[in-house]
Ligand binder design. Structure first.
Ligand SMILES: Cc1cc2nc3c(=O)[nH]c(=O)nc-3n(C[C@H](O)[C@H](O)[C@H](O)COP(=O)(O)OP(=O)(O)OC[C@H]3O[C@@H](n4cnc5c(N)ncnc54)[C@H](O)[C@@H]3O)c2cc1C
Length: 445
């Protein structure tokens, strides 16, 4: 049997490794158009900020290790340009060489690309996106060599926030441009307000409520054109979201779903027999709610890759879905979210109510105690916990995993209160913030 995998990062290498583990006799070929595999894209903002010094520190697995220890037939610098489902083959281009290769089972793990809104970023020196190690390296070396005094970051999602922090932490005047007054819809307004205050406190200038129209470049830098005026800057980072790399699949007649991502079932199968997809290029289901989503997050890519590999190797294993659980750092503020937003819960007819609780993250008297803000979304219909968002100290907001577990297990706000959570003064008050928020919630709802 021969498996071909298109894309050699989180999803692709997870799939390839799993097939080789389960079927050591099978041939597994990975075509990767770049020259890196299995790298931590999530670490790139910290590399730009110079908290991580070497690009190599972000590499989880070298190409040599993939070949020698996992037995993967790895082809770097090879771009798949076409899929022929009828003949079970792919067309591959490497430099000027074009050839075709056959497969018994195929996985598409092509990831996602930054949305560029038609702006020719790759032709500009001072305007950058950050989606691959070479792009991170290009941005860092631009900052080192051009020494920009003032930069704009466009986009109020996770990557935009992390990049605003990275740029600001280098002492550069930073303008964060976002089209809404509030941050990305993943954050409720209450949490968005806390983030905005933090950004202002750290000296980030907010240019919110204004849509980006275009970015142009001249010899003295970039001009960010918005419907609220032009911003002259020395450089810009465009982080207005990602688009799944699904064109190859669409051209081959494979169906797509949410946000144009390749539609897969829980076994990572597309609608064409023998063809699987996983990671940022593929859809997922919101666990326990049945809603199709596009969730470009690392854990989901790794899991879908591994589970896709298991299914390609002939063992049926379903993917349980995602809850869009995410966590991020904005200077010393931690922010995390899981489950449905209030608007999503309303759109599903779940009759939600949301409330916020401010509490302490450690015992009142213990050094370093800080405030933690909890926002909880509960269904008035059946008291089920639907979503939660936290803002507080970095070490405190990982409590989001308790909420994620509760939502995954369809717990009510009353059952959440029953949990026996750990206590000692350096870690939490006697009533952990999750317990306190659930106690208040069970009275309110
Ligand atoms: C700056 C940044 C920060 C992030 N931070 C976080 C975080 O903190 N937490 C989190 O959960 N997620 C984070 N993510 C998202 C996370 O990195 C992705 O979800 C994950 O990398 C997706 O893995 P993937 O394998 O699906 O796709 P990718 O990592 O995009 O890999 C796809 C691979 O396919 C290759 N490829 C594409 N087309 C072809 C082709 N036609 N032929 C051959 N090869 C091809 C590409 O070169 C690429 O190497 C971050 C992403 C970025 C960019």
């Amino acid at each position: 049997m021969k498996c071909v995998i298109i894309g050699g990062d989180a999803a692709g290498i997870s799939a390839a490794s799993q097939i080789r583990r389960m079927k050591p006799d099978w041939q597994v070929t990975v075509y990767e158009k770049g020259y890196y595999i299995s790298y931590a894209a999530c670490g790139m903002p910290y590399y730009v900020a110079d908290a991580v010094h070497e690009l190599d520190d972000l590499i989880e697995l070298t190409p040599e290790e993939a070949v020698s220890s996992r037995g993967i037939d790895l082809c770097l610098g090879h771009e798949v340009t076409g899929i022929d489902p009828g003949n079970r083959s792919v067309t591959v281009q490497s430099g000027s060489k074009v050839f075709s290769d056959t497969w018994d089972r195929l996985m598409i793990a092509t990831g996602a690309s930054p949305a560029c809104m038609g702006i020719p970023v790759h032709e500009m020196k001072s305007v950058h996106t950050i989606n691959s190690l070479p792009q991170a390296e290009a941005l860092k070396s631009y900052i080192k060599s051009a020494r920009p005094a003032r930069m704009a970051v466009i986009g109020g999602g996770y990557i935009g926030l992390e990049m605003a922090e990275a740029v600001r932490s280098l002492g550069i005047e930073t303008i964060l441009v976002h089209r809404r007054e509030d941050l990305h819809r993943a954050f409720e307004k209450e949490i968005s307000d806390i983030i905005k205050n933090k950004l202002r406190d750290e000296g980030v200038i907010l240019h919110f409520g204004h849509s980006l129209e275009t970015i142009t470049e001249d010899e003295s830098g970039a001009i960010v054109v918005t419907d609220g005026g032009d911003l002259r800057v020395d450089g810009a980072v465009l982080a207005v979201g990602v688009e799944p790399n699904s064109k190859l699949a669409i051209d081959a007649g494979i169906g797509t779903g949410r946000a144009g991502a390749i539609r897969v079932n829980e076994f990572m199968e597309t609608d064409l027999s023998g063809i699987y997809a996983a990671g940022d290029c593929a859809t997922a289901t919101l666990a326990g709610f049945g809603m199709e989503v596009h969730a470009p997050l690392a854990l989901k890519a790794n899991k879908q890759g591994r589970i896709g590999g298991t299914n390609m190797a002939g063992v049926r294993e379903p993917f349980a879905g995602v809850l869009n659980t995410a966590i991020t750092k904005i200077f010393d503020l931690g922010v995390a979210r899981t489950g449905l937003s209030f608007a999503e819960a309303e759109s599903l007819g779940l009759n939600p109510v949301k409330y916020t609780v401010e509490s302490r993250d450690r015992a009142r008297y213990y050094p370093g105690m800080q405030k933690i803000h909890s926002l909880v979304i509960v269904s008035k219909k059946d008291r089920r916990v639907l979503g939660a968002q936290l803002a507080g100290a970095l070490s405190a907001v990982k409590r989001i995993d308790v909420y994620s577990t509760a939502i995954y297990n369809r717990m009510t706000i009353d059952r959440l209160m029953d949990l026996d959570l750990a206590y000692a003064p350096p870690f939490s008050p006697v009533y952990d913030p999750v317990l306190l928020a659930s106690r208040i919630g069970s009275r309110k709802v």
